[in-house]
Design a protein around this ligand. Structure first.
Ligand SMILES: Nc1ncnc2c1ncn2[C@@H]1O[C@H](COP(=O)(O)OP(=O)(O)OP(=O)(O)O)[C@@H](O)[C@H]1O
Ligand SMILES: [Mg+2]
Length: 296
């Protein structure tokens, strides 16, 4: 039987403030990911070039039109935007799962420029149900030929970080939705990516579980100083988590506006600052909707 999140909460040890590494939580001004002039279209012919797509000689649908984003080391960036505006497409391109028609994405690893950028966490954790929590978290390390004793150590460390040590032998089907997403986060972190790319990771969860996971993710970000790019439909989520909120536009096929949030976490949605930011984001999204409607 799957555990509920409140059962999990009962078990959860408050030992999250472990010293994973000594990074401070100060955002550096080192760009870790740079997205430069990225264009992407989807058409009947998926090999169609951007120029052909933009010229209209092939039936195609432009989704990203010259997107530029710079993400600094340690930043927590959230992206909000209407359904279908290209959020997942952008994330896939940054992750290297898809290619832009033109433009460039570069990532800076500790040892210089790297093409291994980030690891994606999807709405459904995409875990292997036939493996235990421990085996799931070790999986990528095994593929990377990390010796058994070392990968056990690394995996155990991240399983502890997400508060699942007592469940490391459980199989995925025995876990609640929130616990599955914790496993997905531990599995991604175990690979020590430069950046965590999260595509609506909490969208399928109930409000209570989501709120618990916001807190945990904020704690993980503080402890590991990991750079995070987090896509969501949910403006509140974007406001509670992000150092910067990028509002993506369906009309412009680009980032429409960016809001910096210089407020400590945990944040209060009822605070005048967040209330005002939410109002401004809603104005942008409403404007976008009207711009799209006026083109029809
Ligand atoms: N592989 C594909 N082939 C053809 N069209 C695609 C493909 N992937 C995405 N699209 C189209 O590109 C547009 C953007 O899709 P994308 O999934 O990036 O949007 P999104 O902002 O993530 O939406 P949602 O919020 O609903 O997840 C949509 O019109 C979608 O139909
Ligand atoms: Mg999407």
């Amino acid at each position: 039987m799957a555990l509920t999140d409140s059962q999990y909460e009962g078990y959860q040890e408050k030992e999250h403030e472990q010293d994973l590494d000594n990074d401070s939580d100060i955002i550096s001004s080192t760009p870790i990911v740079q997205v430069k002039q990225v264009f992407k279209s989807f058409g009947y012919n998926s090999n169609s070039s951007s120029s052909r797509s933009r010229s209209g000689s092939k039936p195609s649908h432009e989704v990203l039109s010259g997107v530029d984003i710079t993400i600094n080391r340690g930043e927590f960036i959230t992206i909000v935007g209407p359904s279908g505006c290209g959020k997942s497409t952008l994330l896939n391109i940054i992750a290297g799962l898809d290619k832009p028609d033109s433009g460039d994405v570069s990532a800076r690893a500790n040892d210089g420029l790297s093409t291994v950028r980030g690891i994606m966490i999807f709405q459904e954790g995409a875990l292997f149900p036939w493996l235990s929590v421990q085996e799931n978290v070790e999986f990528g390390l095994k593929i990377a030929n990390i010796p058994k004793h070392e990968r056990t150590k690394i995996a155990s460390r991240y399983i502890e970080l997400v508060g699942l040590t007592k469940f490391s032998r459980y199989f995925v089907h025995q876990l609640s939705g929130g616990m599955k997403q914790r496993v997905a986060i531990a599995r991604a972190l175990a690979m020590e990516p430069e950046i965590l790319l999260m595509d609506e990771p909490f969208a399928a969860l109930d409000v209570h579980t989501r709120e618990m996971l916001y807190e945990e993710l904020v704690g993980i970000h503080k402890t590991t100083n990991k750079t995070i790019l987090f896509v969501t439909h949910n403006i509140n989520e974007a406001l509670l988590l992000g150092d910067r909120v990028l509002v993506m536009s369906a009309a412009l096929r680009n980032i429409r506006k960016e809001f910096a949030i210089d407020l400590a976490r945990p944040r209060d949605l009822e605070s005048p600052e967040l209330y005002e930011l939410k109002r401004q984001i809603l104005v942008e999204l409403e404007g976008d909707l009207q711009q799209v409607a006026s083109r029809r």
